[in-house]
Design a binder for this molecule. Structure first.
Ligand code: NAP
Ligand code: GLV
Length: 359
């Protein structure tokens, strides 16, 4: 049975609750879960085979206090990047056996605290890597060939001169140098796309990946070298304390004035005020952003006054196939956690070691 929560006020559960048959739900001892947003029905159906479920129906995410309230008393939660899973929520949810995140990034979840409490945290790596790299590469090309800017110009009705040899000149992508920061699953997919455009690929990552270098034609360099030598710098690191404002004024000033920055990681990986100045003053040529700081980006954000930035509203994994695969993986992770089995994709597998040690 699925309960769709109608609102967050103090109505009784009975007032909020209905099932697909319209019958009053039975009280039973099946595990209870809270799903913080509508997801694909097939995934909900899978969770429904083992659990009683509440699904937040609104487009807007539940406010933190509502999220806490709705999670308390549950055995599992299925979250996404807009939901803050912090100590307060964990304190309020003493029954929690699993947190299943519908995303690969986990910067909204206090994974260390979940680990301390022995709660496995699932996420959805891999199944979205190609889709996200596609969007990052699309932004790279749009920024280089001025697609966003020229499309806005067409829509404003300014296309009155059919063709001019010196109008709309952009920057070639092929045969250039692509610098990838964070050589994980998405970074590697980005490298593959760059190779398809005959690009030289530099990378910088926390862990060097020699096993990939020969096969994919990658050259490992330090960050300052990558920034100075790349025509395109594409960011694919998680947001952590170390990577917050990883790209700031110093880094932007190291880049070529003809270079393009792509961010499909997390907005705060880039200092957005420094990026604005860099784009405005021409330290770099352009930027392509799938993520911003904050999200959603307010309409009066200075970045939106610039033509040399193309911005997508965090759509990296937003293809039907990839979101479908993410929803199913998140549902399988949730079900596994409720049943006490190891999660298919677990961000803190140490919890299983801790369990073994305590047995
Ligand atoms: P991943 O496979 O874990 O790759 C992340 C890479 O970043 C790893 O190689 C990691 O190194 C490296 N890294 C971590 N900290 C670093 C640091 N301080 N300096 C340099 N490199 C560092 O993850 P992924 O699946 O590629 O996803 C990457 C990120 O993309 C996610 O965390 C998420 O924030 C973002 N994302 C965005 C979208 C979107 O819609 N735009 C979609 C999916 C993901 P190690 O090998 O040492 O761990
Ligand atoms: C999306 O941003 C993700 O981390 O999967």
């Amino acid at each position: 049975m699925i309960r769709f929560i109608k609102d967050s006020k103090s109505k009784s559960d009975a007032e909020h609750t209905f099932n697909r048959t319209g019958k009053v739900p039975e009280v039973n001892d099946r595990p209870r879960v809270f799903v913080t947003r509508q997801i694909m029905q097939e995934a909900l159906d899978l969770v429904g085979t083992v659990a009683e479920m509440e699904v937040w129906p609104d487009e807007e995410p539940p406010a933190p206090e509502i999220l806490r309230e709705r999670s308390s008393g549950t055995d599992g939660i299925l979250t996404n990047i807009m939901d803050r899973v912090d100590v307060a929520l964990l304190d309020a949810s003493p029954r929690l056996k699993v947190i299943s995140q519908l995303a690969v990034g986990l910067d909204n979840v206090d994974v260390a605290e979940a680990t301390r409490r022995g709660i496995p945290v699932g996420n959805t790596p891999g199944v979205l890597a190609k889709a996200t790299a596609d969007v990052a590469f699309a932004l790279l090309m749009s920024a280089a060939r001025r697609i966003g800017e020229s499309e806005r110009w067409v829509r404003r009705g300014e296309w009155t001169l059919a063709f001019h040899p010196l109008r709309w000149l952009g920057i070639d992508v092929h045969d250039k140098t692509l610098g990838i920061v964070g050589m994980g699953q998405i970074g590697l997919e980005m490298a593959r796309r760059g190779r398809g455009f005959d690009m030289r690929i530099l990378y910088h990552s926390r862990t060097r990946r020699p096993e990939l270098e020969a096969e994919h034609g990658l050259t490992y360099v330090d960050l300052p070298t990558l920034l100075a030598e790349s025509d395109f710098v594409s960011l694919h690191v998680p947001l952590t304390e170390e990577t917050r404002h990883y790209i700031g004024e110093k880094e932007l000033r190291r880049m070529k004035p003809t270079a393009i920055l792509v961010n499909a990681a997390r907005g705060p990986v880039v200092d957005s005020r420094a990026l604005y100045t860099a784009l405005k003053e021409g330290w770099i040529y352009a930027a392509g952003l799938d993520v911003t700081d904050p999200e959603p980006l307010p309409i009066d954000d200075p970045l939106l006054t610039l033509e040399n930035v193309v911005i997508a509203p965090h759509v990296g994994s937003a293809s039907l196939d990839s979101r479908g695969a993410m929803c199913m993986l998140a549902a399988r992770n949730l079900v596994a956690g409720l049943q006490g089995r190891e999660l298919e994709r677990c961000a803190n597998p140490e919890v299983y070691q801790m369990r073994d040690n305590s047995n």
